[in-house]
Write a new protein. Sequence first.
Length: 288
Amino acid sequence: RAKSTGRNAARLFLPHMQRDADARLELERGLRTALEQQDFSLYFQPQVDMHGMLVGAEALLRWNHARLGQVSPAVFIPIAEETGLIHAIGAWVIECACRHIRQWREQDIDFGGRISINISPWQIAHPQFASNLAEQVAAAGIEPSTLTLELTESALLGDFDAALRTLQQLSAIGFRLALDDFGTGYSSLAYLQQLPLDELKIDRTFIGALQATIADPLASFVIDVGRRLGMATIAEGVETAEQEAVLRELGCDLMQGYFICRPLAADDFRQWVGQRASALAVDAAVGA
Ligand code: C2E
Ligand code: MG
Ligand code: MG
Ligand code: MG
């Protein structure tokens, strides 16, 4: 449309668009230096089973920009992907997660045994991703089975066969694989069976739709699909006791969300784990 308006097209470039472009440039510049300046950190959100037992946590990247403050990964991950910075950032996320895992092991902190890491489609598409990751994890002294790699359906949109090979490689090395935001993509159900997935993460939109007495047919369908394919199902974004109750009834295996705990800085996560362990011990002692 801009073309046909010819000279008038310039009018379509409104002041807020200049501001958006400036903001985006500032974010891009910031991202380039964020790794050196140690502006990134990992937060950890507990994942529990339906008895409330901790099974692990999802590592979520946080960026504290010197001038802008906290920038959401929903904003900066796409920029990191477009600029190719995602590979360096992704490697840092893995390194940082491994470092925390080692520390918790050394300090006898029972973090549940598994840490989930979000992996961008661009990382999956990198031909050396699986071998680099295996090396990185071995160098850190972590068993691959400690890590769950969360990928989205968009990882399969490009070269499906290449992505499938990479996933098979990763699975053979021993990494666990989870499909994140399941149910929000455009891919067909047929591919699900071909992928070596251990876990299906039910997108927050389905969980948000759960009411006290009404079991959302889509949520129940997704849990059923996971079970039938032999995968663990995990609900993300669980915010209320009602949602938890419905999920239990539907046979969901695992949960994560504000109802259980918000994502926490590593120190706070360690504290949360410790407090929870002693609370469970008290419960057991009084026979609750
Ligand atoms: P995701 O992997 O689906 O992560 C779940 C998001 O839901 C997180 O947002 C988390 O903070 C939020 N969340 C958790 N529980 C609740 C809840 O009960 N209610 C609501 N409303 N939200 C909840 P966050 O941390 O802002 O991350 C957004 C997305 O950014 C992630 O979605 C993931 O796709 C991406 N991301 C985060 N960290 C990384 C990373 O290290 N690498 C890559 N490639 N992507 C990342
Ligand atoms: Mg995730
Ligand atoms: Mg998700
Ligand atoms: Mg999501």
